[in-house]
Design a protein around this ligand. Structure first.
Ligand code: SAM
Length: 281
């Protein structure tokens, strides 16, 4: 016979608080995205102002801006001084939500927005099996990935990430065959093609839309040593192979990560090098 213990009231109360905080954070994420899309974070970073002043700075409707300011104030992002009716963006907060550097995390809110738009498709896959094709998440996902990665790679790729692998800079400088699996909009590969003109680089992705952007950037940069091929990296070409293979934030996206890593192993020449950047999750 099973006995059911009475619910623990304190545990139950703690959980509902956690649940409410989770929902509030979800709503606040939307407000962060709205501030990013409308330029309100940048307007606030110029200095304290009333809702009318901030609306004017961002060329927006005051009534709507006032409502948004209320929510980001309650959300703890902005401070309000009731006496002067001004809103202040603490510099410690503005640092993470404004500016051209990779420390601006405002675009990351776009990831959540984009994923939420596809939730019906995911629910359908739960009911019917199968998956949601990667392309269904575009162009939103590609764009968010590009914006988030671009500033980070501009600042860190050649100066910090690549030197962390002993001998890699030397190989790339001498001139080797390079592949980037899941290269997306190709910014990493274009940066490397510019920095290492003696190397020959190929980017693979199954998104033709992302690769069009990659090719356009390569053309703007005047690069003749890089190309982009539409391919599912589960079938990465293994002959004649590559000296260096990169995967930037692309292995965790795989339906079969071990299979793709095995394929990368097969595509590496003797003494080849695999360089992977991924989230620690
Ligand atoms: C998170 S994005 C990273 C893009 C890029 N490397 C960057 O750092 O900005 C992952 C990319 O891998 C691509 N991708 C995922 N699985 C793939 C597969 N099996 N074959 C080819 N591309 C794939 C996606 O289309 C997407 O562009």
């Amino acid at each position: 016979m099973t006995t059911t213990a009475a619910p623990d009231a304190a545990r139950s109360a703690a959980f509902v608080e956690k649940l409410k905080a989770t929902y509030n954070a979800g709503m606040l994420t939307m407000m962060i995205n709205l501030g990013h899309e409308t330029g309100l974070w940048e307007a606030l970073a110029q200095g304290p102002g009333t809702s009318a002043e901030l609306a004017q700075r961002a060329s927006l409707s005051e009534r709507h801006v006032r409502e948004w300011l209320g929510s980001v104030t309650v959300g703890g992002v902005v401070e309000y001084d009731a006496a002067s009716k001004t809103y202040n963006f603490p510099q410690e907060h503005a640092f993470w939500l404004t500016g051209p550097r990779y420390t601006n995390l405002a675009p990351m809110s776009g990831m959540v927005m984009g994923l939420a738009q596809r939730l019906d498709d995911v629910a359908g896959a739960f009911r019917n099996g199968g998956g949601v094709p990667y392309d269904n998440y575009r162009p939103h996902f590609t764009h968010s990935m590009d914006v988030l990665g671009r500033a980070k790679y501009d600042e860190l790729l050649v100066k910090v990430y690549l030197p962390s692998a002993p001998g890699l800079i030397e190989r790339l400088s001498i001139g080797v065959d390079v592949a980037d699996v899941g290269c997306g909009t190709g910014h990493c590969l274009n940066l490397m093609a510019a920095a290492f003109p003696a190397s020959r680089l190929v980017g693979f992705d199954f998104s033709s839309g992302a690769l069009e952007l990659a090719r356009a950037e390569a053309q703007r940069m005047g690069l003749g040593n890089v190309r982009f091929d539409v391919a599912d990296v589960r079938h990465l070409p293994t002959d004649p192979g590559f000296d260096v293979i990169f995967a930037f934030d692309a292995i965790h996206d795989q339906a079969d990560p071990a299979g793709v890593l095995g394929r990368i192993r097969e595509a590496l020449r003797v003494d080849g090098m695999f360089f992977m950047v991924d989230i620690k999750a």
